[in-house]
Design a protein around this ligand. Structure first.
Ligand code: FAD
Length: 465
């Protein structure tokens, strides 16, 4: 074999988990080597969060340009140049991945291109084409992420798309069937519907967006309906037939077989962790459910010098959760007492309007026997929301009854993704509803809705009876 290279901290995967872990590890004085088989930035920057949000933002621009008559804007002949849309999206991705590469370099982190495979608890082999190199490491952080689940009846092709395919179409579909009404399918479905595609969502369960409260998804579903999106629930996708320039999808609702024709079908039925081709079984890594790696509060596996973070460990498959765990793991290796605390991890769905949730929902708190006080305030009673012509939605706060401690919050409405951070901060900082109510919020802003919700909780709101 080849002559092994001695390294200090090894990070496998340069997604939002791995690259953040690498930078934090370097900040604590570790000498870091990152192994990445594709592009730095991982799923998130290349084929996930960022390109999807770029498409969603263009879709909003397009819709606003076309439909602002009620605000006095009469635009005619608004057109979409979809190849330019894609070029814009690609340019955003390129800027960010280039930025990450620069950050890794600036932190003196070695980036090795290739696929990592573990030989033992201190040895990894990195294969790049017909070249291979062995490395001996002291500590390792696994951050290999996840990939779309493929169901046998829907083999991916030019017409049967996963999220990556749906982000890279070079034509705007006239009709798109989406299998799976989770947040990825609904976000992409919303984007295409806003561009003018006829979208049909087939959801196997009794409702879409299962992770969010019904009160919130009702508003999102109203928005989808306005865009002409059809949602079929309890719909079991059976198979697909590819025609010359499209697909025919067969599905079943309450035992009745149905068919729908479209240009493309997008399958978003979940993501599986990339833990199956790393040699982890042979080094004795312990697994939790569904191929996820078991870790402790410092993201340490059962092998003391190997850590795992992000989509390959239990918990929500979200970029900010991966990055958060990356910092904890890097600090743990440096000997800090860092541990994960998941209470204040927000989840956002970039639908129209957006939804965001952090901490406990009212229902979850009650299920855990926590005595809570809950308050809601509508966007429709906020000046800025009206000036934006986006009056749909509400903010909800969940506080512990005995002392008003904020333990959760939900927002549906324009800007929910940005507004949720204030509630995250309140939870993280151990703040009460009174702390939020006493914080002076600038007027007129959507942020005032959070303050007014806290006032509702205290029983003295100004702008609602
Ligand atoms: P990844 O980002 O998957 O990165 C893992 C990296 O490891 C990859 O680059 C891969 O090439 C590399 N790798 C794997 N195996 C090996 C190996 N053996 N050797 C070397 N390298 C290897 N999350 C959000 O928080 N907000 C969003 O808005 C959002 N939108 C999304 C939209 C879509 C369409 C998708 C698909 C996902 C979205 N996500 C979003 C989820 C988010 O992308 C993931 O949670 C996040 O990327 C996980 O980060 P990670 O570092 O664990 O793994």
């Amino acid at each position: 074999g080849d002559f092994p290279i001695e390294i200090d901290t090894l990070v496998v995967g340069a997604g939002p988990g791995g690259y953040v872990a690498a930078i934090r590890a370097a900040q604590t004085g570790q000498k870091v080597t990152v192994v990445e088989k594709n592009e730095v930035g991982g799923v998130c920057l290349n084929v996930g969060c960022i390109p999807s949000k770029a498409l969603i933002s263009v879709a909003h621009r397009y819709e606003q340009a076309k439909h602002s008559e009620d605000m006095g804007v009469i635009a005619s002949d608004v057109k979409l140049d979809f190849s330019k849309v894609q070029a814009f999206k690609d340019s955003v991705v390129k800027k960010l991945t280039g930025g990450v590469a620069g950050l890794l370099k600036g932190n003196k982190i070695d980036v090795v291109k290739g696929e990592a495979y573990f030989v033992d608890a201190n040895t990894v082999r990195v294969v790049n084409g017909d070249q291979a190199q062995t490395y001996k490491f002291k500590n390792a952080i696994l951050a290999t992420g996840s990939r779309p689940v493929e169901i046998p009846a829907f083999k991916y092709s030019d017409r049967v798309l996963n999220s990556t395919g749906a982000l890279n179409l070079n034509e705007l579909p006239k009709k798109l069937v989406v299998i799976g009404g989770g947040y990825i399918g609904t976000e992409l479905g919303t984007a295409y519907a806003t561009f003018g595609t006829e979208v049909v969502i087939l959801e196997g369960a009794s409702d879409i967006l299962a992770g969010f409260e019904k009160q919130m998804t009702q508003i999102v579903k109203k928005g989808l309906k306005k865009k002409g999106v059809t949602i079929e629930v309890n719909a079991l996708a059976k198979g697909v037939e590819e025609t010359e320039n499209g697909v025919i999808v067969t599905y079943e609702v309450n035992g009745e077989e149905k068919k729908v024709e479209a240009d493309y079908v997008l399958v978003t039925v979940g993501r599986r962790p990339n833990t199956d081709e790393l040699g982890l079984e042979q080094i004795g890594i312990e697994f939790a459910e569904r191929g996820l790696i078991k870790v402790d509060k410092q993201c340490r596996t059962n092998i003391p010098n190997i850590y795992a973070i992000g989509d390959i460990v239990p918990g929500p498959q979200l970029a900010h959760k991966a990055s958060y765990e990356g910092k904890v793991a890097a600090e743990a290796i440096a000997g800090h007492k860092s541990v994960v605390d998941y209470l204040a991890i927000p989840a956002v769905c970039f639908t129209d309007p957006e939804m965001a949730s952090v901490g406990y929902t009212e229902e979850q708190a009650k299920a855990e026997g926590i005595d809570v006080k809950v308050a809601k305030f509508p966007f429709a009673a906020n000046g800025r929301a009206l000036a934006l012509n986006q009056p749909e939605g509400f903010v909800k706060l969940v506080a512990r009854k005995e002392d008003g401690l904020i333990i959760g919050g939900q927002i549906v409405g324009a800007g929910a993704s940005d507004m949720i951070s204030e509630i995250c901060l309140a939870i993280e900082g151990g703040m009460t509803a009174e702390d939020i109510a006493l914080t002076i919020h600038p007027h007129p802003t959507l942020g005032e809705i959070v303050m007014e919700t806290a006032e509702v909780l205290l029983g003295n709101p100004i702008h609602i009876i």
